[in-house]
Write a protein that binds this ligand. Structure first.
Ligand code: PHE
Ligand code: NA
Length: 442
């Protein structure tokens, strides 16, 4: 029992792993479809504000709680604030990780399928029909989902450092270069003007719609892996003398750049080919193949490369989701890492099956949304902001301002008062208001 806790090999090991968790399907798949549905620029502005004003403070507090407690999300709250209700936040985090991974595995599986498609001749015919037929079939998407979950489980079984650090190290630079090149290409396709207006020209009338705030704040939490104890758990693998502020800033800036550049890949092409921005979860799987089709000669190679990188980014996020649940089970039930990972990985796969089926094979709807979209909205826009709210309240009201600054390494820093103001008032109140109105509009 008193085996020493594993720790990161270096500060960069920690930053890379946290980036590995942050950068994933959320930046490319979820960001572009949420932005398409949220009306473009309005969504983007609220999302950016949420990332800076809510995401940054919540991330700092999660890191700080984890580093201090040196244990997983649920135990951290018990340890730092015994016999209090804060532990609910930890429990909700484990639940959120469980739910998110169930459908994340489905989309991860789609990426694997598209790697295979490009290795074997590409996406033939109409890219929309190709996608709809694939996700609408019963067994094939489940098979790919199973494969994705299997790989995720295998990596988590290898343990914290080996599994997570190495895969993030080389994947991210390559993915960013490919995205930038693709964005450059996409902007030449003839839809640049329309896309830039859609993305960056604010439509002030749309700011009165509460559902856009709900979606944008949810996206901020989802994309930064916040509100569910992931960053908390990663922080717990930090030795107590590592610095937090710059790490959080790097992670947030990088994650945001990935999303915006992905938008610059998707939307110019989308408008150039007259596709519909509000078509939902299939957006990138329909638009990107259309781009690759047009690249004469090397379209297939680019397609393979892109979907391999997307799958890798998805894997490093999937690993972090599974890690939250596994870390909890190991400590709670005292089972081995191997058993916990295999067992819970399989259960999460099973829970994901209805999400996969809901994309056309079988009609499974909750509140008028297909099951996958419902799980996505429920966890991303509801559980994560709620978890983040509790984390923010915990950090700012149970620790005195002075302690909070000390635990986040901000003591004596010039902008410490601003941080306190946003962490204590702006972030919690904004989350609360948006949750209430979001729920009402849902
Ligand atoms: N942040 C990841 C992404 O953008 C998804 C994720 C959400 C991972 C929550 C962990 C926790 O793809
Ligand atoms: Na992300």
């Amino acid at each position: 029992m008193n085996k020493e806790r594993e720790h990161w090999g270096s500060r960069w090991g920690f930053i890379l792993a946290a980036m590995g968790s942050a950068v994933g399907l959320g930046n490319i798949w979820r960001f572009s479809y949420a932005m398409g549905e949220g009306g473009g620029s309005t969504f983007l502005i609220i999302y950016l504000l949420s990332v800076i004003l809510i995401g940054f403070p919540v991330m700092m507090i999660e890191f700080a709680i984890g580093r201090r407690a040196q244990t997983d999300a649920i135990d951290a709250f018990k340890k730092l604030a015994p016999k209090s209700f804060w532990v609910i936040a930890g429990g909700m985090g484990v639940l959120a990780a469980f739910i998110i991974l169930s459908f994340y595995g489905v989309i991860g599986g789609w990426s694997l399928k598209y790697i295979f498609s490009y290795l074997t001749g590409g996406v033939s015919g109409n890219t929309e029909t190709y996608f709809t037929e694939f996700v609408g079939s019963t067994f094939e998407p489940i098979g790919w989902q199973f494969l994705f979950m299997g790989i995720t489980v295998a990596i988590v079984m290898l343990g914290v450092q080996k599994g997570i650090e190495t895969s993030s190290k080389w994947m991210m630079p390559i993915l960013s270069i490919l995205l930038i090149v693709l964005a450059g290409y996409s902007l030449t396709l003839g839809g640049a003007g329309e896309a830039l207006t859609f993305m960056f020209h604010p439509d002030w009338s749309a700011f009165t719609d509460p559902s856009v705030y709900f979606a944008a704040v949810g996206q901020a939490f989802f994309t930064l892996s916040l509100g569910m104890g992931i960053m908390l758990t990663y922080g717990s693998y930090l030795s107590p003398n590592e610095k937090l502020t710059s790490s959080a800033a790097y992670i947030i800036i990088l994650d945001t750049l990935f999303a915006i550049i992905a938008g610059l890949v998707v939307f110019p092409a989308l408008f150039a080919f007259d596709l519909d921005p509000t078509q939902g979860a299939g957006l990138v799987f329909i638009v990107l193949p259309t781009i690759f089709e047009g690249i004469s000669g090397i379209g297939l190679v680019v397609g393979v490369a892109f979907f391999i990188l997307l799958a890798l980014a998805a894997l490093s996020s999937g690993i972090s989701l599974l890690e939250v649940v596994v870390a909890y089970l190991i400590r709670r039930l005292g089972v081995s890492r191997k058993l916990a990972t295999l067992g819970i990985g399989f259960i999460i796969f099973l829970v994901g099956v209805p999400s996969s089926l809901s994309q056309g094979a079988v009609s499974i709807e909750v509140f008028g949304d297909p099951f996958l979209d419902f799980m996505d909205k429920f966890s991303g826009s509801l559980l994560l902001p709620l978890g983040g709210l509790i984390v923010a309240i915990y950090g700012t009201w149970s620790w005195k301002s002075d302690e909070l600054l000390e635990h986040t390494d901000l003591k004596g820093v010039a902008w410490a008062p601003a941080f306190l103001f946003f962490a204590k008032f702006v972030a919690p109140i904004a989350i609360l208001i948006i949750l209430v109105f979001g729920m009402l509009s849902w």
